[in-house]
Design a protein around this ligand. Structure first.
Ligand code: P6P
Length: 323
């Protein structure tokens, strides 16, 4: 398919659908519903200081985190939009303890995992946040459809609400990025066929956890610091991974002696972003195996995560395997 900058997302999705003569158009419809819901989120985030959407709801979510008003709003807008398509048999969200089975989705052939607003605590201080989605084929009438390895995702992507609003996604044929033109209200292809640099000079680790890491991880970080790598860490995974995808380097949230299984969630953070980094030519791992090969056991399980440029990741794996 000839990819021209300037094509809008809807046209791109339909063009890409032509690759699959048997396609029913469902995946296209799903992606367009995600596009529409995230435009609403973007609009509210861009005026967050002016409307009553900042601050906390006064409730703790299943993650043990304080729910931000925009967390709840983003979740509601996304779930409503996706349920109304009738294409989703079930939805898992960071904001909901259990999977949601929409009445309209009884015949739905897909399930979706969502982080409606990753990094939401940063909204109040105007730091980039994002929506992450991960789509699988329905294989069961219960939660089992969500417990498939990340390599079985049929599509994954994110929308980053940063200096501009960008949607980046893949259906397994490479990664493409679209920038929202607020004047037109359309996502326009701005970053065709994204490939992560083979090697970078940036490491994105929360160094304040250094003393809690394993010796192997400390050894890797010491190595790249001695080499003169730059530390860039936003504490919003979407922003850190988006920069890594475009500039190269490594993003990591290792396990430590407090977060023994790491902090990042497998289903709606590590798997979708790991799928994109892998599709762009990088590597994503839990430190032992590809993150996309991990068989999930529960909806909100956490995992150590390391992802980024191929050469940097191969060096990381070599150093941490030395033991
Ligand atoms: P820490 C945000 O809450 C998040 O889930 C990710 O977006 C981010 O990478 C991480 O947590 C930041 O965690 O412990 O470094 O503040």
């Amino acid at each position: 398919m000839k990819i021209d900058k300037g094509i809008d997302l809807s046209r791109f999705i339909l063009e890409e659908e032509k690759r699959y003569p048997k396609a029913s158009g469902t995946l296209s419809r799903i992606l367009i519903s995600i596009e529409n819901a995230t435009k609403i989120i973007s609009s509210h985030i861009r005026k967050a200081g002016l409307v009553d959407v900042l601050g906390k709801v006064g409730r703790i979510n299943v993650q043990g985190e304080e729910v931000q008003k925009l967390d709840e709003l983003a979740n509601n807008w996304l779930v409503e939009h996706l349920a109304s398509t009738g294409d989703f048999f079930a939805v898992v969200s960071e904001e909901m303890e259990k999977a949601f089975f929409p009445d309209e989705g009884k015949d739905g052939r897909y399930v979706i995992c969502l982080d409606p607003l990753d990094g939401s605590s940063n909204v109040d201080v105007n730091i980039s946040v994002g929506t992450i989605f991960s789509i699988y084929k329905r294989i069961s009438d219960d939660d089992a459809s969500f417990l498939q390895e990340g390599k079985k995702q049929v599509a994954a992507g994110y929308v980053i609400y940063g200096s501009s609003t960008m949607l980046v996604y893949s259906t397994g044929n490479g990664v493409n990025g679209f920038t929202l033109d607020p004047g037109v209200g359309s996502f326009i292809l701005s970053h065709p066929n994204i490939k992560i640099p083979e090697k970078g000079k940036i490491y994105a680790f929360n160094e304040s956890n250094y003393k809690k890491w394993s010796d192997n991880v400390k050894k890797y970080v010491d190595t790249v610091k001695d080499r003169g790598y730059t530390l860039r860490y936003v504490a919003s995974m979407i922003a850190d991974v988006h920069r890594t995808l475009l500039k190269g380097g490594i993003f990591a949230y290792p396990a430590d002696n407090v977060n023994k299984n790491g902090k990042i969630r497998l289903l709606y953070e590590a798997n979708p972003l790991g799928f994109l980094v892998t599709q762009a030519g990088g590597i994503a791992t839990n430190g032992k195996v590809s993150i996309l090969d991990v068989k999930p056991e529960s909806l909100h399980q956490r995992t150590p995560i390391f992802m980024g440029s191929r050469v940097d990741m191969e060096e990381f794996l070599a150093i941490t395997k030395e033991g």
